[in-house]
Ligand binder design. Structure first.
Ligand code: F6R
Length: 329
């Protein structure tokens, strides 16, 4: 997992859309679409969630993401559906995919193979390299989702490959703005991290929670500002007794009001003896910021797994659950 996570910047350099998927996206661009629905579970859903939050400001149609068996009733033949499953065999994703096909939506898929790839006769399929854990394939999936969505939506394109170099440079010098991943992981050793973010960094907080769960095998939670200012803030005086540690993932692109909210929240949390750790770095764009922070927190999760002497790669409970459920079909 350390090797897979370390190659995050390199994996942004890999994907070029195939001709069928490119033509599919170009056709939608010229004919327009009423909305875009991203389907996927776990590690395969986060890329869509991140890109959705980055592009939603400039998109003139709704972009939604679905993690489950069903798609909303409004998703019909005038919608575009991008189905992501690294294995190509995840049952919730396949169920939502079937519904999209039956409703006549314009559907494409991103996968390494499996059942999803077997539909390549009827829908465009972008095959991505196999051999990784789905969660470690995030940069591959992000590149594919970004390239498809940009082609559909038009506008100034972002080249994921150009991000690769910037993220690699930042990762060589984490200590300029952040604790080294190992030092950060040491701070998390006896705690339950609660990642708090706003706007385009909310999926980064969710991803960090998932990486703590799957890599380091520790409980972890996430919440978002401003919403948590209306509920979670009232629980802060019992964070300490439950070993919950708030980690604020701050953006250099915060609006003035969100900045004031984070600062005020920090004051109240600190008054209750629960001073948050802040994670923030400098980046040129929101996408670079989200991906660099993701890469950093992925590294922290691997270091925490190492400190705890747990296997960060295997996910035996996820596999067992999938196998119990498949035996009950
Ligand atoms: C495993 C992981 C999981 C999977 C999820 C869906 O590394 O991150 O969250 O991503 O079980 O599986 P796929 O991605 O094969 O559809």
């Amino acid at each position: 997992m350390r090797g897979m996570v370390s190659s995050f910047p390199d994996l942004l350099n890999v994907i070029t859309l195939n001709e069928v998927v490119t033509n599919f996206a170009l056709q939608i661009n010229s004919k327009k679409t009423n909305g875009i629905c991203l389907i996927g579970m776990g590690g395969s859903s986060i890329a869509g969630e991140m890109i959705r939050c980055i592009l939603r400001e400039r998109a003139n149609v709704p972009i939604i993401s679905v993690r489950g068996y069903d798609i909303p009733g409004a998703v019909n033949k005038d919608w575009t559906v991008i189905t992501v499953s690294y294995s190509g065999n995840t049952e919730e994703t396949l169920s939502a995919f079937d519904t999209a096909i039956n409703r006549g939506c314009k559907v494409c898929a991103i996968t390494t193979g499996g059942e999803l790839a077997s539909h390549s006769e009827i829908i465009p399929v972008q095959i991505i390299p196999s051999g990784l854990q789905p969660r470690a394939a995030l940069p591959l999936i992000i590149s594919a989702v970004l390239l498809i969505l940009q082609t559909i939506l038009g506008g100034e394109p972002i080249d994921p490959r150009l991000l690769s170099e910037d993220i690699r440079t930042q990762s060589k010098e984490w200590s300029r703005s952040l604790l080294k991943p190992r030092e950060f992981a040491e701070k998390l050793k006896q705690t339950t991290p609660v990642f708090v973010a706003s706007g385009h960094l909310v999926p980064v907080a969710y991803r960090a929670k998932c990486q703590m769960n799957e890599n380091a095998k520790v409980p972890s939670f996430y919440s978002e500002i401003p919403e948590s200012n209306h509920n979670e803030i009232e629980a802060i005086d019992s964070f300490g007794e439950r070993n919950l540690l708030p980690i604020f993932i701050r953006s250099s692109f915060e609006s003035q009001r969100i900045k004031q909210r984070f600062d005020a929240t920090q004051i109240i949390y600190s008054e209750q003896g629960c001073t948050p750790i802040t994670v923030q770095l400098k980046a040129k764009t929101t996408l670079e910021e989200a991906l660099t922070l993701t890469h950093y927190l992925d590294m922290v999760s691997v270091e925490l797994a190492d400190i705890r002497s747990v296997d960060s790669t295997s996910v035996p409970r996820i596999s067992r659950l999938k196998s119990i459920l498949s035996s009950k079909r």
